[in-house]
Ligand binder design. Structure first.
Ligand code: MEV
Length: 338
């Protein structure tokens, strides 16, 4: 065909960001109400020469379509050609419509790359398996972040909460409820478990660079390996405990662990004053726990609420405290958990 399309969506990390880069497990949820669609269009190509690829992105904060971190995505096209066995000269225009605010820790870079990979696959009639898609997204994530664990590459295509550690990604048997989860009602109806918690995600309005945060920690950990070991061990413990809390419906315990994970991230310098204020605000408003989410140094935070009205109250207070956008994501039902 003449055009190809690909889709992905946002994600929020609940536990384990940064520690996951050093092998700790992490938990993330997909945020399908922040969709990304890429459209790849073949351009008329005259004769021989280098590939001609242009990327543009449209979405909140970008005004009209603006050129993206084109270099990160360009690596991806070269690797796509190798993996997909495309030998001809490629002349394409890729337009990405990204509803995820950028620099916010919600996975915009990985989601744009994932949507672009799928659009290229569609345009060239290649059926890319999950591993190939992951590898290709990682090419651009590694270029964008220097060192990428792969959690964003998976979570931006996941349909259920995700347990992730290096070399292992497992979607949890949870049917998420609400917008963007068409199968939730059906899957949930068949199983007894129900987790009543809802996550409130808030954008602090100050963007943070994941690359800078990852590099800062790498430097600090090289100088002080003991701090790294302690941080990674403590976060891993929280993630494992949180997994059990989720499966057994313990909202209060899960919340306390969120706040504990926030403290660990704050102590190693990943949080900001603005985010700390939002975390305190969410807890004062009745949140069961709260933490920074994603790359940090700004960006987003996430709070846990035990019912929808409380979630709305928390969202309102977060706006009063300076959050520029909030989203409520219900977790839904656990199909089963072992
Ligand atoms: C970014 O969403 C998550 C980090 O842990 C980086 C990574 O895992 O690649 C900060």
């Amino acid at each position: 065909g003449h055009t190809g399309t690909g889709r992905a969506h946002g994600k929020a990390i609940l536990f384990g960001e940064h520690a996951v880069v050093y092998g700790a497990p992490a938990l993330a949820i997909p945020v399908p109400r922040l969709p990304v669609t890429a459209t790849a269009t073949r351009l008329p190509s005259a004769g021989e020469g280098a590939d001609q690829i242009s990327f543009a992105i449209a979405g909140p904060g970008t005004g009209s379509a603006t050129p993206v971190e084109a270099d990160d995505l360009r690596h991806l096209v070269a690797e796509f050609k190798v993996r997909a066995g495309v030998t001809e000269r490629v002349c394409v225009d890729v337009l990405i419509d990204c509803a995820i605010p950028r620099g916010c820790g919600l996975g915009s870079s990985a989601a744009c790359a994932r949507a672009a990979v799928l659009a290229l696959g569609d345009l060239f009639g290649r059926r890319l398996d999950a591993r190939t898609v992951f590898d290709l997204v990682q090419v651009s994530e590694t270029a964008a972040h220097g060192r990428a664990s792969g959690i964003d590459a998976i979570a931006t295509g996941a349909t259920a909460p995700l347990y992730f550690r290096a070399g292992l990604a497992r979607e949890l048997p949870v049917a998420m409820a609400g917008e963007g989860f068409p199968d939730a009602a059906r899957a949930g109806a068949a199983h007894p478990w129900e987790f009543d918690g809802l996550f409130v995600i808030a954008d602090s309005g100050a963007s943070g660079s994941t690359k800078e945060a990852v590099e800062m920690l790498r430097g600090a950990f090289e100088r002080d390996p003991r701090t790294k070991e302690t941080f990674v061990r403590e976060v891993a413990g929280l993630t494992h405990a949180a997994l059990r809390d989720l499966g057994e419906g313990r909202v209060d315990d899960l919340g306390a662990r969120l706040t504990e994970n926030h403290r660990l991230l704050r102590d190693i310098g990943i949080s900001t004053e603005r985010i700390d204020t939002l975390v305190e605000t969410a807890i004062a408003a009745g949140g069961r726990g709260a933490k920074i989410s994603g790359g940090g140094l700004g960006g987003c935070m996430v709070a846990l609420a035990d019912d929808p009205r409380r979630a709305e109250t928390i969202a309102g207070r977060l706006h009063e405290a300076g959050a520029v956008r909030t989203w409520v994501v219900p977790v839904g039902r656990f199909a089963s958990y072992a």
